[in-house]
Design a protein around this ligand. Structure first.
Ligand code: BG6
Length: 468
């Protein structure tokens, strides 16, 4: 391109967090336990989520800092167990109050709230009854969402349904959704998937009925899949994994139907879900207003070797590296990409490619609800010089602007994370925040907030609407 299109004037420059990773106060004011709180084991040397970044008690101070940074939007999730402690029973007014106060605080500072209904923290009471594989959880989720729409529907314009449903299914062992004791854990996972899809569609429809001015969309993790080479068999493998990892989730959310390749894959794995009467109608009737997605990197695959060595890297730690499955595709390293401190491939151009691929396929406005780099940041002389984070975000913003110039409609960007949070399974030393939280894995110190170099840089980006 000779000239770049500018970012839209009302672009939602923001940043993101999720409830269990930032709030703490895990058992306060009537909150019930979630699957996160019930977790017994943590990787060695990593903290639990009981205090996290103590945002529950410090949200005012944090929002004041977000305002100083110039954020126009804050993506956060509601903890289901604050609102309905056991998932499907009594409503806890203190939980509703807390989010009222938070949303009011954001509005007072002109920060648009972007609310995720559910981000990995299923109520433990529902988990004990079979989790998402139990139809009851679907109904409980629809009811929970209605409670939120009722309470906050007039104050919240943008909603996200389920964070990274595809990761919960593909990496069920790392995110606690896979029960290894079952005879066919994979079939169970895809039943959970089906129930989540139906729940999501119902929730989108309900919001539209009650609050026609509000907007809602799904928030999967989308990583465009590259073939390792132009060998035709590698292209087939990339088709396979794109369908299974990415399009299956968005096709269902947008078009209300199962992706053909994905369906055949489930059939061959003996993992077809049970579909109740009326489910496909609910799926078809749920329409997102936009697509939100989280982007960290692309993935590369080659043809399966069918020799029992394809199934590498099936954990979340490796999700951004390689992920293979016998007879379907084989995970490969992309020789053209650099890696971060946690060995995740970094692919800014892949961001443009991914934006293009999603927009070409669905033609819906896009918002990027996560993007960022985990690193062992250091506080030195009162500051954090995270120039690698500046480099990462800058490179991605450049590619996003190229995508916008290509014609892709993007209306917001909320990098991960607004403030340091606890990583899903690698503790608090793996930091993503624009703002430092002064604590270690096991020493809570003073939990002081200190904007990092990246925060100061991002403030300027926002001020200039992306013109650097
Ligand atoms: C996404 C999640 O998977 O990536 C976040 O939505 C998570 O909750 C983020 O924190 C980074 O992953 P991790 O495992 O490094 O924390």
């Amino acid at each position: 391109h000779n000239t770049l299109k500018p970012f839209p004037a009302d672009f939602l420059w923001g940043a993101a967090t999720s409830a269990y990773q930032v709030e703490g106060a895990w058992d306060e004011d009537g909150k019930g336990p979630s699957v996160i709180d019930a977790r017994q084991h943590y990787p060695e040397g990593t903290t639990d989520f009981k205090v996290a970044s103590d945002h529950y008690h410090r949200y005012k101070e944090d929002i004041a800092l977000f305002a100083e940074l110039g954020l126009k939007c804050y993506r956060f999730s509601v903890a289901w167990t604050r609102i309905i402690p056991d998932g499907d029973g009594e409503i806890n007014p203190a939980g509703i109050d807390f989010y009222h106060q938070m949303i009011d605080e954001l509005r007072a500072k002109n920060i648009e709230p972007l609310v995720t209904l559910y981000h990995f923290d299923l109520p433990q009471a529902l988990m004990e009854k079979g989790g998402w594989a139990n139809r009851n959880t679907l109904n409980a989720f629809v009811r929970y969402a209605n409670v939120l729409f009722e309470a906050f529907g007039d104050k919240v314009r943008y909603w996200l349904t389920i964070n990274e449903q595809n990761m919960m299914i593909l990496h069920g062992n790392a995110l606690g959704t896979q029960d290894p004791n079952l005879e066919n854990p994979v079939k169970n996972l895809y039943q959970q998937n089906h129930n989540m899809l139906v729940a999501q569609a119902q929730v989108m429809q309900n919001l539209h009925r009650r609050h026609p001015q509000a907007k809602i969309g799904p928030a999967p993790n989308i990583a465009l899949i590259y073939p390792l080479s132009c060998r035709p068999e590698d292209i087939t493998a990339a088709f396979n994994y794109n369908a299974i990892r990415n399009w299956a989730y968005l096709d269902a959310a947008v078009w209300g139907r199962y992706n053909t390749t994905f369906w055949r894959y489930l059939e061959e794995k003996d993992a077809l879900p049970h579909i109740e009467e009326g489910d496909m109608e609910i799926l078809a009737a749920g329409r997102p207003d936009f697509i939100a997605f989280n982007y960290y990197t692309t993935q590369t695959v080659e043809a399966s070797r069918n020799d029992g060595t394809d199934s590498v890297a099936r954990s979340k730690t490796d999700q951004h590296l390689r992920s293979g499955e016998e007879g379907v595709h084989r995970g490969a390293k992309n020789p053209h990409l650099a890696r971060n401190a946690f060995n995740w491939e970094v692919d800014p151009v892949g961001f443009r490619n991914t934006l293009r691929a999603i927009y070409d396929r669905y033609n819906l406005p896009l918002i990027v609800t996560e993007n960022g780099i985990g690193a062992f940041d250091k506080l030195e002389n009162g500051t954090v010089n995270d120039d690698y984070r500046v480099d990462y975000i800058k490179a991605h913003l450049k590619q996003m602007q190229l995508a916008i110039t290509d014609g892709v409609e993007v209306f917001g960007y909320t990098p991960w994370s607004a403030i340091d949070v606890i990583s899903t399974h690698q503790g608090c030393s793996k930091r993503y925040g624009l703002i430092w939280v002064n604590r270690d894995e096991f020493d809570l110190k003073d939990l002081k907030r200190i904007p990092k170099a990246s925060a100061k840089w991002y403030t300027n980006v926002i001020k200039n609407n992306g013109i650097d």
